[in-house]
Design a protein around this ligand. Structure first.
Ligand SMILES: O=NC(=O)[C@@H](O)[C@H](O)[C@H](O)CO
Ligand SMILES: [Co+2]
Length: 405
């Protein structure tokens, strides 16, 4: 029995959108898969893996997951950031997949076993105007979801984060050699969002969990204004109300509004959100397996969060591949302070490449009981969808000032 790593390959494929996957193989022929997708910077992570981590993996013991993590985190001197932590996270996830397969158990059993039967999930409803948004919400509820994120257009603006003009699913990254540019107007948004959210609450009644993503676009003062205005809507959360690199800025929002706050999808280590957690400036931490160092590091973030009664609610858009979504579900099934999993769903082309065993039923997800993570990659199919350059949009205010998209 030799769990020596004999190869680590990187697969870049684009079934409806770009994904980066690492494939780790052991001398015994076990294969582990990890997601390294970083929307708009996929090739940077592919290079970090191909040029630096893969050569260092060959010959190592696949069993030594934590030691490999520490080697790749501390052994390169330069730390943190989305590219590094996505690369480390992909390797970490693949090694947990291998360990589960070697022992013949699903990864959640390696993490302490199930603490719940299934995992609450939410998905996206989008509509440029209220009738379109209500229709989208009804469609989501008819599919069995009991929690839904609602995003609408903003009067006076022509494109806004999170919303499509038609019925097609929202895919933020646009193909092309550079990002699309959107105009943002905070005043127009603040005049519109509260009444939109009140109207949706009216539409769905009191028992559906409603979430809204502000997507980093307000100042703390503006976030207080929005938070106060929507308190009667009884939201499950307001997400990313303000850029949180300066974590202490959330103190102002926290002190003046009771709306639950969720932050973290753009963070990559526990140190990026340590103050948000230990000062309880948020209710939900959104860091994702793929962008925050894999299963090993997400667990450390969630363990810290548990001490401060902050709950886990990982990022789960279409650019988080089925591999890290599954990994998130294995963590979610075995972590007491895990609250809800974002699940945007995938274009049908994605399942031609990624064969997943997780299941959705009546608003809940379950990772399945396959050994490992329960996802495999069809490399033949992956080769049919070559990488296509694509970028997330940027946003400028009406006077041209760069702002958060
Ligand atoms: O909560 N979900 C989100 O904020 C996503 O829609 C992110 O903008 C995209 O995944 C970025 O690639
Ligand atoms: Co978000």
């Amino acid at each position: 029995m030799s769990n020596t790593i004999v190869s680590a390959d990187v697969i870049v494929t684009s079934p409806s959108r770009n994904y980066v996957t690492v494939k780790v193989t052991t001398a015994d022929g076990l294969v582990g898969w990890g997601d390294a997708t970083l929307n708009g910077r996929e090739l940077s992570v592919a290079s970090y893996l191909r040029d630096h981590l893969a050569p260092a993996l060959v010959g190592r013991d696949a069993d030594r997951i934590e030691d490999v993590w520490q080697l790749f985190y501390r052994g390169v001197y330069w730390r943190r950031g989305p590219v590094t932590m996505a690369a480390i996270g992909a390797v970490d996830t693949a090694l947990w997949d291998i360990k589960g397969k070697a022992l013949g158990v699903p990864v959640y059993q390696l993490l302490g076993g199930a603490v719940r039967e299934q995992i609450l999930t939410y998905t996206h409803a989008t509509g440029w105007d209220l009738p379109a948004l209500c229709e989208s919400v009804d469609h989501v509820l008819a599919r069995g979801f009991r929690a839904v994120r609602v995003q609408s257009g903003v009067p006076g603006l022509n494109r806004v984060y999170g919303v499509t003009r038609g019925a097609q699913a929202y895919e933020p990254a646009g193909r092309g050699s550079g990002p699309a540019e959107e105009t943002w107007d905070t005043g127009a948004y603040l005049r519109h969002a509260p009444q939109m959210l009140r109207a949706i609450r009216e539409h769905v009644g009191p028992d559906i969990d409603l979430l809204h993503d502000v997507h980093h676009r307000l100042t703390p003062t503006e976030a207080v204004q929005l938070g106060k205005a929507v308190e009667p809507v009884n939201l499950f959360w307001l997400e990313d109300v303000t850029p949180a690199e300066n974590q202490q800025l959330l103190r102002q929002v926290r002190a003046q509004t009771s709306v639950p706050l969720a932050i973290g999808e753009v963070f990559n280590t526990v140190w990026d959100c340590q103050q948000l957690i230990t000062e309880r400036l948020i209710d939900y931490i959104r860091t994702a397996v793929v962008h925050a160092g894999g299963i090993s590091h997400i667990r450390k973030i969630l363990n810290l969060a548990e001490v401060f009664q902050v709950k886990g609610a990982p990022h789960g858009p279409s650019d988080v591949s089925p591999i890290s979504l599954s990994a998130s579900l294995h963590v979610g099934l075995s972590t007491t302070n895990f609250a809800i999993q974002e699940y945007m769903g995938y274009d049908p082309l994605v399942s031609e490449v990624f064969r997943s065993s997780f299941t959705f039923r009546d608003g809940y997800l379950h990772p399945g009981d396959e050994p490992g993570l329960g996802v495999t990659v069809d490399e033949e199919a992956a080769a049919r969808f070559p990488y296509e350059q694509a970028y997330l949009p940027i946003a400028r205010r009406r006077d041209g000032t760069m702002t958060d998209w």
